[in-house]
Design a binder for this molecule. Structure first.
Ligand SMILES: [Zn+2]
Length: 47
């Protein structure tokens, strides 16, 4: 199961979701678990 990593641009919290949750490619509907912001941005996969 691939993991997508996100970073909240509001509080800089890093978190990860698996692909079934983070399946949206157009229009993220991912919320930050820390501050509930929807400004989370997907990060490139770590090497
Ligand atoms: Zn946040």
């Amino acid at each position: 199961m691939p993991i997508y990593e996100y970073r909240c641009t509001d509080c800089d919290h890093d978190f990860a979701l698996n692909a079934t949750i983070a399946k949206s490619e157009n229009g993220l509907d991912v919320g930050c678990p820390e501050c509930d912001s929807e400004q989370a941005q997907r990060r490139l996969a770590p090497s």
